[in-house]
Write a protein that binds this ligand. Structure first.
Ligand code: ADP
Ligand code: X15
Ligand code: MG
Length: 393
């Protein structure tokens, strides 16, 4: 079922609240990967060309429901201005009297970018009062934040219920592409899962195994399985609440769930920490697993080369640090070299692929990690479900 498009929304002369996913990596006050900003430009430019006044809102990182200088949207505003080549009026709040006053004074040139939605406790709680305050800023709502569509938050769900709402062009493109691939994926279908959002993503493995033929696991994800198998995992990231389920998953899935056989461990979580490759089962107490090892890369490469469809979310290691980037690089090169239809999703996975210059060799670069994962496993995304269906005719 397709959703009402921004093209079908009456926007001329109107203030339009646009939920974007500008949750991009930032280092030293600079955006290090602007994929998510660049991919939202078509919707913003469409709105501007139709004479609308776009008011953009996004979350950035995971601040705890209050203002946190580390997660201000200023670096994003700067990069957005460079890409859009139009003025970006960045406000230091998302709702409230100062925002209302600034919008009244706004000359209507370019776009407004509101402050981080997660500076407000009402965002992640989908608080009706916060949603009402947001809705008061605009006359229509567009959701272009595919990467956050799996979150039932005030900016993705609450406000969509209060204003005339539609899907943005990026949202539509993502949904169209992913549903096309999933309709009848060519097999073998190999899924690769890694990254750091372990508690979020462990829960989807079971249903992912219903869709994919094989599931390769790297990143921080694998250590929960190693611990469930009784191995020492040192100081690696582990989800202790998931150990029982990990055990039963391993039994059920048999050889279809493929874990690393070796890992790179480090003494500390630092770029220049002492590190070495060890077999799984030989992780020294106190050391931290930060990448998959070379033998694992080789095994993953073999399976990826046989695949006809690949879905990848989550880096295989802490690729931001050179010492722990080889696993992610090896997998990225294997996916790029395979003849499979390849989908890579996730803010960080895509940043890793772009850093290697391999983005043109993937069939689809998705701006959503957790979101594409939940879509692939067949779940309805709350931020999509809430949008009105397209009227036939
Ligand atoms: N073994 C590990 N331990 C800690 N962090 C890891 C490990 N492997 C990968 N990561 C981190 O995972 C992060 C990305 O995770 P995530 O947000 O889930 O992926 P994506 O954005 O692609 O969906 C990266 O910043 C990377 O450093
Ligand atoms: O970066 C995101 O997801 P991803 O890391 O899975 O790609 C989205 O912006 C969602 O962020 P969240 O997982 O803090 O809700
Ligand atoms: Mg991420």
């Amino acid at each position: 079922m397709s959703k009402r498009s921004v093209r079908e929304l009456d926007v001329r002369g109107k203030r339009v609240l646009v939920r974007v996913d500008f949750n991009v990596p930032v280092e030293d006050g600079r955006v290090t990967d602007d994929t998510r900003i660049a991919r939202a430009l078509p919707t913003i430019q469409y709105l501007l060309s139709e004479g609308a006044r776009p008011i953009l809102i996004s979350h950035l990182g995971r601040p705890k429901g209050e203002p946190d200088p580390e997660y201000r949207m200023d670096p994003v505003a700067e990069r957005l201005g460079e890409l859009l080549q139009r003025p970006v009026l960045k406000l230091d709040a998302a709702v409230g009297p100062e925002v209302e006053a600034a919008l009244k004074e706004w000359d209507g040139e370019g776009v407004v970018l509101l402050e981080n939605s997660r500076f407000y406790p009402g965002e992640t709680k989908n608080d009706p009062e916060f949603a009402r305050q947001l809705a008061a800023l605009a006359e229509a709502y567009v959701n272009d934040a595919f990467g956050a569509a799996h979150r039932a938050h005030a900016t993705t769900v609450g406000v969509a219920e209060l204003l005339p709402a539609a899907a943005g062009l990026l949202m539509q493109e993502e949904l169209d592409y992913l549903s096309g691939v999933l309709e009848s994926p060519e097999r073998p279908f190999v899924a690769i899962l890694g990254g750091a959002k372990v508690s979020d993503k462990l829960g989807v493995i079971k249903s992912l195994l219903d869709v994919a033929d094989e599931l390769l696991i790297g990143g921080a994800m694998c250590f929960t399985f190693f611990k469930a198998q009784g191995h020492e995992v040192g100081g690696s990231l582990v989800e202790d609440d998931y150990l029982e389920e990990a055990k039963s998953l391993l039994e059920e899935a048999g050889g279809r769930l493929v874990l690393p056989v070796d890992v790179v461990v480090a003494e500390r979580f630092e770029p220049d920490a002492a590190h070495r490759v060890v077999k799984v089962g030989e992780i020294p107490a106190g050391w931290i697993g930060l990448d998959i090892g070379p033998e694992t890369v080789e095994r993953f490469r073999e399976r990826i080369s046989r695949a006809r469809t690949v879905f990848w979310n989550g880096p295989m290691g802490v690729f931001e640090m050179e010492a722990f980037a080889k696993g992610t690089e090896g997998v990225a090169r294997a996916v790029a070299a395979s003849g499979a239809t390849s989908v890579v999703g996730g803010g960080d996975s895509v940043a890793a692929v772009r850093r290697l210059g391999l983005e043109d060799q993937m069939s689809h670069i998705s701006t959503g990690g957790g979101a594409s994962l939940e879509f692939v496993e067949g779940r309805e995304l709350p931020g999509v479900a809430v949008l009105p269906d397209r009227e036939e005719g």
